[in-house]
Design a protein around this ligand. Structure first.
Ligand code: ATP
Length: 301
């Protein structure tokens, strides 16, 4: 089996006239993980995914997909993608639509039944496509992407436009699909979504990767302590020298200390031992939502 990462880009860049849609992206998706490509609308997610599939030519930089150049037949054989809404025949059943695609892709009919089962559409497979709900249509799109039993599944905003029930079903589906050896790369502008289904998250803003890590990792650094202490300047000097303190600033008569929350008692002890008066000590934790908004610059709008 090919051991190169399922997706690797180096300096991947796409410029549309004056717009830098993707700006020097270094992305590595590891084998077997569900990777969430997270960013607000227009951040460059779709453009990146289209470059990975060979649908858009990069302006500069490189990308490899399952060890192959994007869009090469050898790589595409092992990739399933749902990037644009696939065109299904409205008057054919879900099953017949998949059979058409299966023949086109040169895979056996048994794969059609497996794909229908995987997306839980077997019970409605005889119904015409046009009668499907949006969620079912989207799931049929995922089934189509699964026909080749791909090693890598690329999904662009798979819950877009779905109602809450459809969204929840799609999330469950993605979790199931990512459980085995298969690698899943999905894009989303919804933090709650990637938080629930992804092993790792890459945050993209203005075409650049601004943060990458596990949910827990991204949360790190979102903790802090607020200390009411006098005199403030003396306290700031003491706290700054404590190992593990990542930052100290004075705000509104309080000391804001960037440190893990479990160290609060120690900070207190050091200040008291130095003869300072600590009258309040509070742990503050920003939610992942706040961290995301800060990273994506949404706060400024
Ligand atoms: P969305 O969730 O809204 O699809 P996105 O993160 O997928 O956002 P992209 O669709 O990749 O973002 O777009 C990134 C930027 O590139 C945007 O400013 C967009 O207007 C621009 N862009 C995308 N495709 C083209 C194109 N074919 N021609 C010109 N500009 C484009």
């Amino acid at each position: 089996m090919n051991q190169s990462p399922p997706v690797e880009t180096r300096g991947l860049t796409k410029r549309y006239g004056g717009t830098l849609a993707v700006d020097g992206l270094d992305l590595t998706v590891r084998r077997g993980e569900v990777y969430g490509f997270l960013g607000p609308n227009g951040a460059g997610k779709t453009t990146t995914l289209r470059m990975l599939l060979g649908l858009v030519r990069p302006t500069s930089g490189t990308a490899s997909v399952l060890g192959e150049p994007p869009g090469s037949p050898k790589g595409l054989e092992r990739v399933g993608a749902l990037v644009e809404s696939p065109a299904f025949y409205p008057y054919l059943s879900g099953r017949d639509n998949l059979r058409v695609l299966a023949r086109y892709a040169g895979v056996g009919r048994e794969r059609v039944e497996e794909a229908l089962r995987a997306v839980e559409l077997s019970g409605r497979a005889k119904d015409r496509f046009r009668k499907y709900s949006l969620g079912m249509k989207q799931r049929l799109g995922v089934a189509a992407a699964l026909l080749k039993d791909p090693e890598l599944l690329i999904l662009d905003e798979p819950t877009n436009g779905l109602d809450p029930k459809g969204m929840a079903e799609m999330r469950e589906l993605i979790k199931r699909l990512g459980r085995g050896h298969r690698t899943v790369l999905l894009s989303s502008h919804l933090l709650g979504e990637v938080e629930q289904v992804c092993d790792r998250i890459g945050v993209i803003r203005g075409g650049k990767l601004v943060a990458e890590g596990t949910v827990a990792g991204l949360r790190k650094g979102s903790y802090g302590l607020l200390v009411r202490v006098e005199p403030l300047e003396v306290a700031a000097g003491i706290v700054r020298r404590i190992p593990g303190v990542e930052g100290v600033e004075e705000s509104n008569g309080l000391l804001r200390v960037a440190i893990e929350p479990g160290r609060a008692a120690e900070i207190n002890r050091r200040l008291v031992l130095a003869g300072l008066r600590v009258s309040e000590l509070r742990v503050t934790e920003r939610t992942l939502e706040e961290v995301f908004l800060e990273l994506t610059g949404e706060e400024e709008r």
